[in-house]
Design a protein around this ligand. Structure first.
Ligand code: ADP
Length: 499
């Protein structure tokens, strides 16, 4: 079996929560400094998250260890897509059965990431149709900008036997290293300092190259934001005997920052793109940044107009790991909070307290307490994007305590229809297919909180219209959630005693 490797893009929206000395978005390959230095140990863990038809997603985690101090820290995470193929026949991979909650989550999210990768070009097109990105360039003072042309770099490498594997194909890592080199030079030409690679996105292995090939690497700064810049790199391969036959074998987008003495990202000069391709790449870089910022760990796909609510009956309670439909935008955010897991679970499972941190919840009324762990609420929320009427939702909230050691606490929410709460002229009825929280106890008073949402067209509209490029509504809301948990960490609810 032969594997060709492709490191895809939207997977890059995976965020690592390791201590990062600078804020900002992350890429497919996300670096969480500090990088290991000579004499320190590097631990690499890789695991197939999910097998599809002939492709599979592999999650890779790199950690470092200092043997003298016993200190360990995360270095970076990556998600790689491998494709299995034999000479003629199509390979059908054996499916993987996830077992732990974490494996189940990765399994589900891998499908979402794949879908997002497949519609990536359309997502970018949709974002570019949004005027916010287009206007950005026109509204800038172009006289104080660095011309992008000044950052252009070209380099040539000859593939020698040490650069290739036993099949004679160039190591992916070797190509990545060459690409990083040219990208770093391009980045330095903009900032006139030593840039630090923060993330790599959209790393595509479009085809193999072999020993004897001449590789031409080209890089240029596509866009410079306030504190980070995107450098695009492409690689073309030429055979020895066929000088004119050019194969485009790789492309990648790398995000660089420039750190000052306190490890804080410095302000960067603006860039003036070349007309034509340059301007297109400039806007596409903004769109990629938008996606990264708004969905640190989000997976997107197209949605349709199908009704999302299901008639309520006590048996259709939500399971969080069944996000298999390919019609919805889904996302997942994660944070570690200094609060007890059971307390966080209780605080967030009572939807009546949600208006305290989520401004999209204006009022919440308990309609029916189905049993101790399941309740139906009527939620109203403010009018959104161009609509005059406020929205309302009828939501079933189910909560489950861990069954086993290591399992998370789970809260799942979904829209239901209730004969007593039909749509009224006063509100536009909104629907949520599936959203919720998982809480993992990471230690005493330390909890990893994950928020998942499989969103509706209404919410998608909200995602794409609210990304101002610098801040994310979702991120802000999630941070408000963290504050709410911290403010109420000692507010021991009576039912907590029984958990
Ligand atoms: P796209 O042009 O759509 O961005 P490509 O795969 O052609 O995609 O190129 C990837 C990136 O490589 C570009 O965004 C650009 O930053 C860089 N690049 C492409 N061609 C050149 C070139 N001739 N000189 C410098 N950099 C280039």
């Amino acid at each position: 079996m032969k594997f060709s490797c492709q490191l895809p893009t939207r997977e890059a929206l995976q965020v690592s929560e390791a201590p990062v000395p600078h804020s900002g978005p992350s890429g497919r390959l996300t670096s969480c400094f500090p990088l290991p230095s000579v004499g320190q140990v590097v631990n690499i863990k890789a695991k197939v998250n999910r097998a599809f038809n002939s492709s599979m997603e592999v999650g890779i985690q790199v950690a470092s260890e200092d043997l003298c101090s016993e200190k360990q820290w995360n270095v970076c995470k990556a998600l790689a897509t491998f494709v299995a193929h034999r000479e003629i026949t199509k390979v059908k991979l054996k499916q993987i059965t996830p077992r732990t909650e974490e494996e189940k989550m990765e399994h589900s999210v891998a499908a979402e990431r794949r879908r997002m990768r497949l519609v990536y070009a359309d997502t970018i097109k949709d974002l570019l149709a949004n005027c916010a990105i287009q206007d950005d360039l026109e509204s800038r003072d172009c006289s104080h900008m660095v011309p992008a042309e000044k950052t252009r770099v070209e380099s040539v490498e000859l593939v020698l036997p040490p650069h290739a594997n036993h099949q004679g194909n160039t190591f992916g890592g070797q190509i990545m290293a060459w690409m990083e080199n040219v990208a770093t030079i391009a980045a330095s030409r903009l900032c006139r300092a030593h840039p630090t690679l923060k993330a790599i996105e959209m790393f595509h292995f479009r085809g193999p190259s072999q020993v004897g090939d001449r590789l031409v690497l080209k890089a240029i700064v596509n866009n410079a934001f306030k504190h980070s810049m995107e450098v695009g790199v492409c690689v073309e391969a030429y055979r020895q005997q066929a000088e004119t036959h050019r194969r485009h074998i790789n492309s990648a987008f790398m995000t660089f920052v420039v750190l000052d003495a306190d490890d804080q990202p410095q302000l960067l000069p603006w860039i003036r793109p070349q007309p034509g391709d340059g301007e297109r790449r400039y806007r596409e870089a903004s769109a990629r940044k938008k996606i990264r910022l708004d969905r640190k760990y989000i997976v997107s796909c197209k949605q349709t107009e199908v009704p999302l609510s299901v008639p309520w009956d006590p048996s259709n309670q939500v399971r969080l790991y069944t996000l298999e439909d390919d019609k919805f935008l889904s996302f997942h955010m994660e944070m570690v909070v200094h609060v007890d897991a059971a307390q966080a679970f209780l605080l967030l499972s009572d939807l009546r307290r949600r208006p305290e941190w989520d401004k999209h919840y204006r009022s919440v009324e308990l309609v029916q307490q189905v049993d101790e762990d399941d309740a139906i609420y009527h939620v109203t929320s403010p009018a959104l994007g161009g609509h005059t009427k406020p929205q309302d939702f009828v939501i079933l909230a189910s909560r489950r305590k861990p069954c086993d050691n290591g399992d998370p606490y789970v809260i799942a929410l979904r829209s239901v229809t209730l004969p007593t709460h039909r749509e009224t002229p006063e509100y536009r009825r909104g629907e949520t297919l599936c959203s919720g929280f998982c809480f993992w106890r990471e230690g005493d008073q330390l909890t990893k909180v994950s928020y998942y949402n499989q969103a509706t067209p209404g919410v998608l509209n909200y995602v794409t219209t609210n990304v101002a490029g610098l801040s994310s509504e979702f991120y802000t809301t999630f941070k408000a959630c963290e504050q709410f948990l911290l403010d109420n960490r000692n507010d021991l609810a009576p039912s907590l005693q029984t958990l």
